[in-house]
Each structure stands twice: as C-alpha cells, then as structure tokens.
Design a protein around this ligand. Structure first.
Ligand code: DX5
Ligand code: ZN
Length: 220
C-alpha cells in the first residue's frame, strides 16, 4: 500500500506559507493536511475557505481537508469549490453521517470519517464501505504539538483488521503527535496516511520531510 505524508499547515509559518508548501512538495510530501476548527467542536479556531482557495494550486499536492466543525454538512460544498480533494468529517459532529458522506461524494471529492480517541472503532463498522479514508485521531483534536496517545496503535490495528476482513483497501490516516521517532510503529499498525504538523514544520522543513519520506517508503 502506498504510504503518504500529509503535513499539517496548522504548524506552518503563515507569512511564507506558499514557500513552505513548495518545500514539502519538493521533499516528497504528497498531501497537504488542512485543519479547519470552528471553536465549537474543538475549543480553537483556525482557518477556512479563503485560505484554502489561496493555497490551492500553489503546489500539485492533494488538499486533504479535516473538518473539526459541528454539522460539517453546512460547509461541504464550499470547501469542495475552494479546492478540497478530500473532505474528512467527524463522526461525532454529524447528525446524519450517511447523508454527509453522500453530499461529499456528490461534490466529486473523496470522503473521510474521523473519530476522536474516546470513540469506539466499532462505530465505524456500518460505514466501512462508504468512505475512502478513515482518520484515527491520536490526540484530542484541537491543537498541534500534543503527545501521541499510545492506545491509538491498537485502534489502528483493529480498524485495519475490520477493513481486511471485508476486503476493503481504504486509507487509514492518523493525526496527532507523529514524529520520526514513532512513525514506523504507526505504519506497522496499519496506517498509510501520516499527518504531521510539528514534526514537519518545526525546524528544517526539507530535512524533516525527507526523513519522514525515507521511513514511509521503507514500509511500503
Ligand atoms: C489536531 C489537528 C492536527 C494537528 C497535528 O487537532 O487535527 O492535524 O495539526 O499536529 P501535530 O503533528 O503537531 O500533533
Ligand atoms: Zn488534522
């Protein structure tokens, strides 16, 4: 399975955002992870549609939009128009998850379902064939720079088994507290899309990205 790096721009330097995206692209990162926070589903507020529109096309990277937003169906069409290639919603934030997934697919973009660390993996079972990606949060959503919750390894493994049992080769994305030191274990557990904010943007972005890519390729 192809392993993908999705640098989270939450930790980027916004005054030189385009330049930093290009650096991650040149060093091999295939996606850009775009964290939208509404101050309701999570305490913090981040950025939204205008920022996505302005970075879309700066690189050829896939725009991986993670909506940490209550009732995300309200914004699906707008994010799709602004350039989202995939839209991931939180299962906990949707009144009618199936309807939201249909809406995302209707816009011609890939759908992802995310669960917080306290939400049982089994709650995804009815939707395993309804999304292209499943996002296991390995920190409480809301902020960058938090420590990886070790129970996430078992949750990733469990989800990969559930998918394999059904012959589904969907992506498993993991988000929060991932660095060079623990990414191999995350991949070994069954994830193939790796989000990293601090691990990419703090320090030497080119080297951080290249080092991640070296490990990701080794585990393909
Ligand atoms: C947290 C966000 C993450 C965050 C990860 O709510 O969803 O994408 O940016 O940041 P790090 O890699 O610093 O934990
Ligand atoms: Zn995220």
């Amino acid at each position: 399975m192809k392993n993908i790096l999705a640098p989270s721009i939450l930790s980027a330097d916004f005054k030189i955002l385009g330049e930093q995206l290009r650096t991650t692209e040149k060093a091999g990162a295939q996606y850009i992870h775009f964290d939208v926070m509404d101050g309701m589903f999570v305490p913090s507020i981040s950025f939204g549609m205008p920022v996505l529109s302005s970075i879309k096309g700066v690189t050829g990277q896939t725009m991986d939009v993670h909506l940490m937003v209550v009732d995300p169906e309200r914004y699906v069409e707008e994010f799709a128009k602004c350039g989202a290639d995939s839209i991931t919603v939180h299962q906990e934030a949707c009144e009618d998850l199936q309807k939201t997934l249909n809406l995302i697919h209707g816009c011609g973009v890939k759908a992802g379902i995310s669960i917080k660390p306290g939400t049982a993996v089994e709650t995804l079972i009815p939707y395993l064939d309804q999304a292209e990606m499943f996002l296991i949060m390995s920190v409480e959503p809301g902020f960058g720079g938090q420590a990886f919750i070790p129970e996430s390894f078992g949750r990733i493994r469990h989800l990969r088994t559930l998918l394999e049992e059904r012959g589904i080769d969907a992506d498993i994305e993991v988000d929060g507290g991932i660095y060079h030191s623990n990414v191999a274990e995350v991949l070994e557990a069954g994830a193939n899309v790796i989000v990293s904010g601090s691990g990419v943007f703090k320090g030497d972005i080119r080297k951080n990205t290249e080092d991640f890519m070296e490990i990701l390729r080794r585990y393909e």
